[in-house]
Design a protein around this ligand. Structure first.
Ligand code: NCD
Length: 341
């Protein structure tokens, strides 16, 4: 695909070569994300960061990524603080905001809302999560993390063995990641969820049509054997029709050090899009894993910045200009790698 000026709405837009290009750009931007160098390549550009659902890392990392390229960020964080609360349509909001910005990042609780918004926008729109549908930038940073973690062992994404655990029905990050994985060769996927929270048929079909091995499990221990990556997710309680319905599932699948030691290969990488639900009744990823060097969750969040920088640089067509606007950092910078868990 041509990234320049494009909306990024779904991973369905990408071919494998697009992913390789994006990741190469992200690798090149690492010194800027790590505060070794700064660039002002997007000086004067404005990002409208519109989050109509809770968010910490996606919102802040998109904003930081834009700032790290020299651009300015304007935030709208709640429906009730925006004119949508007065009955304004997505169309009109898009029409207005695209007059104030060079690019828009948007999260919204309804499936398809970001695509609808994009049809009325005059500037590129990036989907930061639309209901239970998709979360393309999360999937890209997850895949970038998989690539880096496996590269350290001399392995690539082709032939990957991955277990995806938890709420696969409503987890939009999982939907996007599974579809992205289908672009690679010979991936083996274990879909591990409680009955009722299985991955949608259409997502499974993308993998199966690509000739990948997909197995469905309802038992946590069985499902996480023999994998390179263990990707755990939160019960998406905000998508259930009643809190009682979410209560039925919460806490059913908990990964902790004992379960990991008993079932996983010794170097299985542990990932999670975060936030992990650390309340006593949930704990899908126990704090006792924090000392496990294979816990990659904070390497994942760090990778979110470079991957989002790469998306902005490609969509706004400044990849080749980044270094023309760069200089060394002159202030004290804490050492950033490797990040502590
Ligand atoms: C995910 C999301 O919002 O879909 N979070 C994120 O963006 N890192 C996953 C989740 O909320 O469970």
């Amino acid at each position: 695909m041509d990234f320049v000026g494009s909306h990024i709405l779904s991973v369905d837009q990408f071919e494998r070569g697009d992913i390789d290009r994006l990741f190469d750009v992200a690798d090149g931007l690492a010194p800027f994300a790590q505060r070794e160098r700064i660039t002002r390549v997007l000086q004067g550009a404005i990002l409208s960061n519109m989050f109509f659902e809770p968010s910490t890392r996606t919102r802040v990392s998109f904003g930081s990524a834009f700032n790290l390229l020299g651009g300015d960020v304007r935030e709208t964080t709640e429906v009730k603080a925006s004119a949508l609360a007065k009955g304004e349509s997505l169309h009109d909001t898009a029409r207005v905001l695209s007059g104030y910005s060079d690019v828009i990042v948007m999260r919204h609780p309804e499936e398809g809302s970001v695509a609808e918004f994009a049809t009325a926008s005059r500037v590129p729109v990036i989907n930061a999560g639309d209901g239970a549908n998709e979360h393309p930038s999360q999937a890209l940073l997850d895949l970038y993390t998989v690539r880096r973690e496996l590269a350290a062992r001399g392995q690539g994404i082709d032939g990957l063995r991955i277990a995806v655990v938890g709420d696969l029905r409503y987890g939009r990050a999982v939907h996007s990641l599974l579809k992205l994985l289908a672009l690679f060769d010979q991936v083996s996927v274990h879909l591990v969820s409680p009955p009722g929270l299985e991955a949608p048929e259409d997502v499974i079909a993308v993998l199966e049509d690509g000739g990948h091995a997909v197995k469905v499990y309802h038992d946590l221990g069985e499902g996480i054997h023999h994998v390179d990556i263990l990707y755990v997710t939160r019960t998406q309680e905000e998508r259930f029709t009643s809190p009682e319905e979410a209560d039925r599932y919460r806490g059913l699948f908990r990964v902790n050090q004992a379960i990991y030691t008993e079932n996983c290969e010794p170097n299985t990488v542990i990932m999670h899009p975060l936030p992990r639900d650390s309340r006593a009744q949930a704990q899908e990823l126990d704090d006792d894993l924090n000392a496990n060097p294979n816990l990659a969750i904070f390497r994942q969040t760090d990778n979110g910045v470079v991957v989002r920088m790469a998306l902005f640089a490609m969509v706004l067509d400044v990849v080749d200009q980044v270094n023309d606007h760069a200089r060394s950092v002159t202030w004290y910078t804490a050492k950033r790698t490797p990040p502590p868990n």
